[in-house]
Design a protein. Structure first.
Length: 536
């Protein structure tokens, strides 16, 4: 077996399912599939400390019952309200209704969630929620606990290939036939009838993000090259309260929304609360509302950040140990000091179009977690719905893969595939240098956008692109460049302000635009396809 241009494939393997990514969605899928007897191989760029799951603070949104003045209906209503008219209500209901069972399953794996004096799950409230329904662990270390429990659930015969990058999903007769990967041992091919993309988000599109360094939109690029469609990419959620440090770039520690849920509030440079009157929920408004309000404050005053006043939370250090550690490291004690905060890229609301079991339009290609667009989030993710979605849809994707177990995979050689496509996969790549791309996207496609900035971004993404020799870094940069181009195209076409997408030149909501913009890659060119209509 050989690749074009003389590059050799050093090794081969086979599986029933290849999982790309080792966060909550990927590990949930791996566990579900392995329990059904599937041979599962997981491909991960790094260790578990590099997943976005590990950094999640707030918790998991799990609907309560009459005892907590909550219900599935109320959770669905809050989700659709935050989603700005683009949620698929039936998908949201399906995923939310499965949340309690999914978290209970985590507990059987050894996960420990904080409990109240009555022994029931302790619940807090976050932005956009009408009830206290956020289940948490270790105060503000929920993601780390979820990651720990799932990492510990490794079953025999489910290898995890660390420091291995997915290069291209391989197709035969229009269906998935395997995955081309790159590792220290060279290029390898894993033959499989199903591939699950669970690669996380694309926070590295921006200069500052809460995402780890590996959040380079790999799954979006893999899906587009495989012929799948993406939607809602213009809706990038900026977390409103990320710890500010002058001149800082890269991953930044967030100050959990649960801090405001416990009574903290935002103030301007004069110490005046500014969320009152902007939204009925004030400081607990949905994230797009709060981020936009902060952006307007910064634009009006010229300041680089606003302040979070959490001094009334006297048990702050024990309730929020992770946030406390980040603040103390910066010389700030939330018990005595105001905390400087500003918005930063946090979560991609859109992604690869799937059903509620992770299936895409390409037979055998699945996607789950932040990389997927199930219809749960719409135009803006409701706080703490992300771990919920990863658990539920990840597990379902593992089950869906079982339906293709035993499917005959064509006996192929690499040269049997489309040669230009593999040339692009293993040969030199074209991309915009990462630092330039991040600055461009921050300036032109950040919290607030306009036609001039988007046109500038579209032009620069073409003019600044240059060719790089094949490497893991080059492939990441190529994925970021392709995803940035898709995001800018969708943002340009959405001539309104909705959810996490704000146009300065189109500040109003257009009721005729209550549909998702769907994109695909045809002959190397991004194009729009039929729209998906939101159901709320």
């Amino acid at each position: 077996m050989r690749t074009p241009r003389g590059t050799t494939v050093s090794w081969e393997a086979s599986a029933d399912l290849v999982v790309v990514g080792a966060g909550v969605a990927g590990l949930s899928a791996r566990l579900a599939a392995a329990r059904l007897g599937l041979r599962v191989v997981t491909v991960a760029k790094g260790g578990s400390d590099g997943t976005a799951t590990r950094y999640a603070q707030g918790g998991i949104a799990v609907p309560g019952d009459s005892r907590t003045a909550d219900s599935v209906d109320a959770h669905v209503a809050d989700t659709c309200e935050a989603g700005g008219g683009l949620c698929d209500e039936s998908a949201a209901r399906s995923i939310i209704a499965d949340g309690r069972r999914a978290v209970a399953t985590l507990e059987t794996l050894g996960a420990y969630f904080d409990r109240g004096p009555d022994g029931a799950w302790a619940r807090t409230r976050e932005g956009g929620h009408s009830a206290h329904r956020i289940v948490h662990a270790g105060g503000d270390a929920t993601g780390a606990e979820v990651q720990r429990a799932l990492d510990g659930s490794v079953l025999r015969d489910t290898p995890v290939l660390r420091d291995t990058s997915a290069v291209r999903v391989l197709l035969a007769d229009g269906e998935v036939a395997g995955l081309l990967v790159a590792s220290a041992d060279g290029y390898g091919v894993i033959h499989a009838p199903s591939v699950l993309l669970a690669t996380g988000g694309s926070g590295q599109l921006y200069t500052c993000s809460t995402n780890p360094e590996g959040a380079t939109a790999d799954g979006i690029a893999l899906a587009l090259h495989a012929g799948a469609e993406v939607a809602d990419l213009e809706f990038v959620q900026f977390h409103p309260t990320v710890l500010f440090a002058a001149g800082a770039t890269g991953i930044r520690p967030l100050v959990s929304e649960a801090v405001r849920g416990e009574g903290a509030h935002l103030v301007d440079t004069d110490g005046v609360r500014f969320m009152t009157g902007i939204h009925p929920l004030a400081d607990l408004a949905p994230r797009d509302v709060v981020s936009r309000a902060i952006a307007e404050q910064l634009h009006r005053t010229g300041a680089e950040h606003v302040w979070l006043d959490a001094r009334a939370i006297r048990n702050f250090h024990t309730r929020f140990p992770t946030v406390t550690a980040s603040c103390l490291a910066a010389g700030i004690d939330p018990l005595d000091d105001l905390v400087p905060v500003a918005p930063a890229a946090h979560y991609a609301c859109g992604g690869v179009v799937t059903d509620v079991s992770g299936r895409t339009s390409v037979p055998g290609l699945l996607a789950a977690g932040e990389v997927a667009r199930t219809g749960l989030h719409g135009a803006n993710r409701l706080a703490s719905n992300s771990l919920l979605e990863g658990l539920v849809v990840g597990e379902r994707a593992g089950v869906a893969a079982a339906q293709r177990r035993g499917r005959r995979i064509p006996d192929f050689d690499i040269p049997d595939f489309d040669i230009p496509e593999l040339d692009a996969a293993v040969g030199p790549t074209r991309s915009v240098p990462r630092a330039a791309l991040q600055q461009l996207m921050t300036n032109s496609a950040g919290v607030v956008r306009d036609s001039e900035g988007l046109e500038n971004a579209a032009s620069a993404l073409t003019s600044l692109a240059c060719e790089s020799p094949p490497s893991d870094r080059a492939r990441e940069d190529a994925a970021l460049t392709l995803t940035a181009s898709a995001l800018v195209l969708a943002a340009t076409q959405r001539r309104e302000s909705r959810g996490a997408h704000t146009r300065r030149d189109f500040p109003n909501l257009d009721q005729n635009s209550a549909r998702s913009i769907r994109l695909r890659l045809r002959d190397g060119v991004l194009e729009s396809t039929a729209a998906l209509t939101g159901v709320t």
